[in-house]
Design a protein around this ligand. Sequence first.
Ligand code: SAH
Ligand code: SF4
Ligand code: F3S
Length: 447
Amino acid sequence: MYNTRLTPMDLKDKSFFLRTFGCQMNESDSEKIAGILTAAGGREAERVEDADIIIVNTCAVREKSEEKLYSYLGRIRPRLDARPVLVGVAGCVAQAESANLVARRPFIDFVVGPDNYLRLPEIIERCGERTIIADEWSNDWREAPDLLFRRRSPATAAVSIMEGCDNFCSYCIVPFSRGREKFRPLRHIRAELAELAARGYQEIQFLGQNVNSYRDPETGTPFAALLFEAGHMPGLKWVRFLTSHPKTFSAAIIEAMTSSPVICRQVHLPLQSGSTSVLARMNRGYSREEYLAKITLLQERIPGISLSTDIIVGFPGETEEEFGETLSALEAVRFANIFSFRYSPRPRTSAAKGPDDVPFDIKRRRLIEVQALQKRIQSAIHESLIGTTMAVLGEGPSRKDPAMFSGRNESYQVVNFRAPTDVRGRFVRVKISGSGPYSLRGDLVED
Ligand code: SAH
Ligand code: SF4
Ligand code: F3S
């Protein structure tokens, strides 16, 4: 039987440092790992130099993501000779590569897949003399009801509702790194939402590889009903969710979104390619027309909806004509934001069994074209917002100019503004006075 009780162990006086790569789910998992290790008596170090235990939380989605692990390990390697430090690898590379990782980098002390984080205190206690590999799959959700995440933001909380994926898109390693879909019992989600609202969190982001396939494992309650409920919970100001799969994005979800102003008018809906033939080879389960019809429905039912997407260029066999259909889909939808990638063959996926036959230079040129088109679209969308006033949730100092503050609006656009006080975690009103392709600028307005 898997023990989900947290028992304080001998991590007293031990400090740990977490380095996180990858998606929001990894960010959230690192907050969970930090919570687990803190509950076991450990202390989070701010700098890697001060840590007794270094854990790298990894992403395997593209070759470049995986390389980040190896270059990070290369950078910390010299430190390991200076004093005893335990090195652990967590996340998607840990799960997908497990023992191979230790064969490649023998100084790794433990490898822990996403289903095994609750065992971390015990793993850390046992390892040192021998390497521990914890890569067992779990078929159902593992919950530690008394676990407090160490959340990085005072205002925005990610809440995982499901994990894993059954879709097997032909290019994607996630089903091999996160396993099959498993759903978190609704009563645990409810309890967490109530606690977050009581602690003053303003914004909730539901997380999962495919949130819209969520079903409460105990009652069968679907995602649309969970969304409706969150939209009517006292205390929460904004509710978002990520990622949705176009194949199962239903009218019921759209109706739930219209039921409450708390549910942000914003959806991330990965298109991947605008070509029906490429989508079929990707095993995405929808055509260009079906995707565009869902977008039209969303735009009709939720005026002002902000849409974002993921795009892959240079998928095997992608012709110039097929690529052109991705460009025309971007023009048709006018996404507020896109994440675009060159196709990268991943181990065990079905696409990687065939040739990676679009030459690198063509992939590169297509990515540049996609990004240049999107830059034009985004610049125009941002410019049209000049003069409007909007609610912004303050996040922290702007990355480019520390004299400015940065936050996000309901559409999830970045808004920079000057603020006389620290508005981190607070809602403010900002009048937009300027814009660029990737952010908006404005001035605080008194209510
Ligand atoms: N669950 C999400 C996506 C998770 S991975 C969904 O279904 O859309 C995030 C993004 O990485 C994907 O949407 C895809 O655009 C990109 N990606 C995944 N595998 C890739 C690969 N082998 N090469 C390039 N990009 C990839
Ligand atoms: Fe990967 Fe497809 Fe699953 Fe998304 S839906 S995680 S792209 S297999
Ligand atoms: Fe990467 Fe795993 Fe997320 S492969 S994108 S960290 S689910």
